[in-house]
Design a protein around this ligand. Structure first.
Ligand code: ADP
Ligand code: MG
Length: 443
């Protein structure tokens, strides 16, 4: 209560009491002189009390108003006093204090926005909840990870995320107040997350940090498979070489015809190994960007015709019809001719390997809105839907018998070369209905 209101209360209380006193006295017939004397005495005491309560100066009122504004949350920059009058020093000190409060608030706001920026820039999802499990804060990574399109703040974690495994870790942390860690697999085999839930320091609630391990796990698997595949691929030719050498040593070399046959087979196995080592080296060079592309303007039609001419003897030997279909007006594209030749040779070579005699292979080229598209289509054995998504992986061979000692690296290399050109490569096929491989080259 302010001093002014205390003073107003005293006056009104004294006047009311005097009026009541006089009225009651008059009704009851008390001595009027005595009554008036009593009333005057009471009013006198009230005036003394009234004078005891200090009245506020304009300066004090101004200060009081300013402090209330500051306390009420008004920006300290707007609460400034003109430092003149009796309380000039106090007003000056107040202004200094308001300025410092303003500076601290600005500093705190800047720190908060830095923290917010950091929180939003990390790849890990971060979600903070209060003691009831209601989301109070989350970053963009969390919104993306859990597809939280509408506002998640204010909803409970389970309502927003709808995953009981995450929720049970969170609940354990909230009820025990201790840090919880775990690995959660969502839709088994699909996505793997590393989760840490920590209690918030000094207040009830928890912070959950979720890292998506799916890609790391996939790369680990690819590396493991790669090592396993490479040792498998080496084992077969090495075992053949060992056997051939042992047989020769055991006396086969005494028969010139047998010896010649064995030496020929040794040569084939060694060639296979050499080819594999060459292709592996090439793959790693392309992947690491060690041998950059040498792009020049490539005239598509003469280029395709040259490659087809080179492979025609092989197609003839396999009794396959190999034809080229192009459209007029194909514009040249910037490309590394040697590398694209390697891709096209592998595609046509594969078509020859996987098509039965009497079949047909067609190489086509067409214009697309962004460049050109080259396809190799055959009427061969085709690829099963299970194998189709995997044929561009290193060493993947769907039909080992037909692969004719191929390394299974050709399509992996082709994919890298095409991607390095900014294009893409895809396969369409049905078992028994042949296959069609298409790659694009941007213009
Ligand atoms: N035209 C095709 N028809 C059927 N299967 C194919 C064809 N091209 C590729 N494939 C499948 O894809 C696998 C991988 O091809 P590639 O990487 O060139 O290796 P490779 O030719 O050494 O076997 C082949 O082993 C085969 O199973
Ligand atoms: Mg091949």
């Amino acid at each position: 209560m302010t001093d002014q209101s205390v003073r107003r209360l005293i006056i009104s209380a004294a006047l009311t009491l005097a009026a009541v006193f006089l009225a009651v006295g008059a009704v009851r017939g008390y001595d009027l002189t005595l009554l008036i004397a009593g009333t005057i005495a009471a009013l006198g005491v009230s005036v003394v009390i009234y004078l005891q309560v200090p009245s506020m100066s304009d300066d004090e009122v101004e200060l009081e108003v300013a402090m209330k504004k500051l306390g009420g949350g008004e920006s300290p920059d707007k609460v400034r006093l003109v430092a003149i009058g009796e309380l000039a020093d106090v007003k000056h000190a107040f202004n200094e204090m308001a300025k410092r409060v303003g500076d601290r608030m600005r500093q705190a706001t800047a720190e908060l926005s830095h923290l917010e920026l950091m929180l939003q820039s990390v790849a890990d999802a971060i979600i903070m909840v209060d003691r009831h499990g209601e989301i109070v804060h989350l970053n963009q990574a969390a919104e993306r990870m859990f597809h939280l399109k509408e506002k998640a703040v204010g909803r409970t974690f389970i309502e927003a995320v709808r995953d009981h495994e995450f929720d049970s870790l969170l609940k354990k942390c909230l009820s025990s107040g201790s840090r919880q860690e775990g690995t959660i697999e969502v839709r088994p085999g699909r996505r793997v997350y590393d989760v840490t839930v920590s209690p918030l320091p000094g207040e009830p609630g928890a912070a959950m940090v979720i890292r998506d391990l799916t890609e790391i796990k996939r790369l680990e698997r690819v590396r493991r498979d790669f090592v396993a595949n490479i040792s498998h691929e080496l084992r077969t030719p090495l075992a053949s070489l060992k056997l051939l050498a042992e047989t020769l040593k055991a006396g086969a070399c005494d028969d010139p015809a047998v010896a010649a046959d064995f030496l020929g087979r040794i040569e084939v196995e060694t060639d296979k190994l050499t080819q594999m080592v060459r292709e592996l080296g090439e793959l790693s060079r392309i992947e690491s960007g060690e041998s950059p592309l040498v792009k020049k303007s490539l005239d598509i039609v003469p280029f395709i015709e040259k490659v087809v001419k080179r492979l025609r003897p092989q197609a003839d030997r396999a009794e396959l019809a190999l034809s080229v279909e192009t459209v007029p007006g194909l514009k040249p594209v910037p490309a590394d001719a040697d590398r694209i030749e390697q891709v096209l040779v592998n595609l046509i070579h594969n078509a020859i390997k996987f098509t039965l005699p009497g079949g047909k292979i067609t190489v086509t080229a067409a214009t697309t809105p962004v460049g050109v598209e080259i396809s190799v289509k055959d009427t061969g054995v085709g690829i099963s839907p299970d194998d189709l998504p995997r044929i561009f992986e290193r060493f993947y061979k769907a039909d080992k018998a037909r692969s004719g000692g191929g390394t299974g690296l050709g399509l992996a290399i082709a994919k890298h070369i095409i991607q390095a050109h900014g294009g893409d490569i895809r396969a369409e096929s049905y078992p028994g209905k042949g296959a069609k491989f298409t790659f694009t080259l941007p213009g």
